[in-house]
Design a protein around this ligand. Structure first.
Ligand code: AMP
Ligand code: MN
Ligand code: MN
Ligand code: MN
Length: 284
């Protein structure tokens, strides 16, 4: 069978908001038949060396990965980077700046939740944080489930932590062009993550794809754990229209929370250029 047979280029570890370690993810990826893997923690490359070594130990090929939080037209969008040099200092600095506001934002989220009668959420969320530099809404969601405020994390994100609901603190993330440049200048390829998940108009979406491409972005996730078949078809068409390569990743976070497990995804449409063909010399 030709390589890769089963690429999964999007998931999270305890270094951001996943619940498994890089080593546990590598073992799970191998057990699920993944042969090309990438760990893409939010705004953080602190898990890359461990992931690289764990992949080697499991016999998996590996591309370095990251998922950068970006503010575009007042909306949060995510840009995945693949195949960059994870020791690049400019990338490290950009990611450090992007992470910077997370602490104060989390304190404010806790204060908002306290005002609607949910006490101790900041301290509670902190108990789930594996990396003190990276506290996210997911950690609050786990606390709200554990304390019985909500049944599952999906309910948390319906009732809390999203725009218009208690616990939502607007935040300005990295700029699109900066995120793309941190990735490309360190030798990687930038990828628009899960494009169907953004609450943006077709006009803003067109602007996102156009500007992403102008900044040097080269790929889009067509197959992800959060795309329906219709959404995959829609973004396959966008990839053709904008001349972008296609990526494939589960966005796996946790055995208890994620609907799509590592490697359990449909294939990329056969006519699209797989993103890893742009990264042949970056595969470990
Ligand atoms: P943050 O970067 O702190 O804004 O947190 C974003 C993270 O929250 C995402 O990466 C997801 O892991 C999680 N998230 C956002 N929306 C949802 C949702 N509707 N259901 C479950 N998890 C979500
Ligand atoms: Mn996440
Ligand atoms: Mn994302
Ligand atoms: Mn993700």
């Amino acid at each position: 069978m030709s390589f890769p047979h089963n690429a999964d280029l999007h998931c999270h570890s305890v270094v951001s908001d996943g619940t498994l370690t890089p080593e546990q993810l590598a073992a799970r990826a191998r057990a699920n038949g993944v042969d090309l893997w990438s760990l893409t923690d939010h705004d953080e490359v602190g898990g890359q060396q461990r992931a690289l070594e764990a992949a080697r130990a499991e016999g998996l090929r590996y591309l370095t990965g990251v998922e950068v939080s970006v503010t575009f037209a007042d909306e949060t969008v995510h840009i995945v980077g693949l195949g960059f040099d994870h020791t690049d200092p400019r990338l490290a600095e950009g990611l450090a700046d992007t992470r910077d506001g997370r602490g104060p934002r989390a304190v404010e989220m806790g204060e908002q939740l306290a005002r609607v009668g949910i006490a101790g959420a900041y301290e509670g969320a902190l108990r789930y944080v594996g990396n003190p530099r990276l506290i996210s809404r997911t950690h609050f969601a786990r606390f709200l489930v554990e304390t019985g405020v909500c049944r599952d994390t999906a309910e948390v994100f319906r009732r809390y932590l999203v725009e218009g609901k208690p616990g939502y603190v607007p935040h300005r993330w990295a700029r699109l062009g900066d995120a793309v440049r941190w990735i490309t200048q360190s030798g990687g390829v930038a990828v628009i993550a899960h494009p169907a998940r953004y609450d943006i108009s077709p006009t803003v979406e067109y602007a996102l794809f156009s500007e992403f491409k102008q900044h040097g972005g080269q790929a889009v996730e067509v197959i992800t754990g959060s795309h329906t078949a219709a959404e995959a078809a829609r973004y396959a068409a966008m990839a053709r229209e904008f001349g972008l390569a296609a990526s494939r990743g589960s966005d796996f976070h946790s055995p208890d929370e994620s609907h799509t497990d590592l490697g359990q995804l449909p294939p990329l449409p056969a006519d699209l250029t797989p993103v890893w063909t742009l990264l042949a010399n970056r595969i470990h």
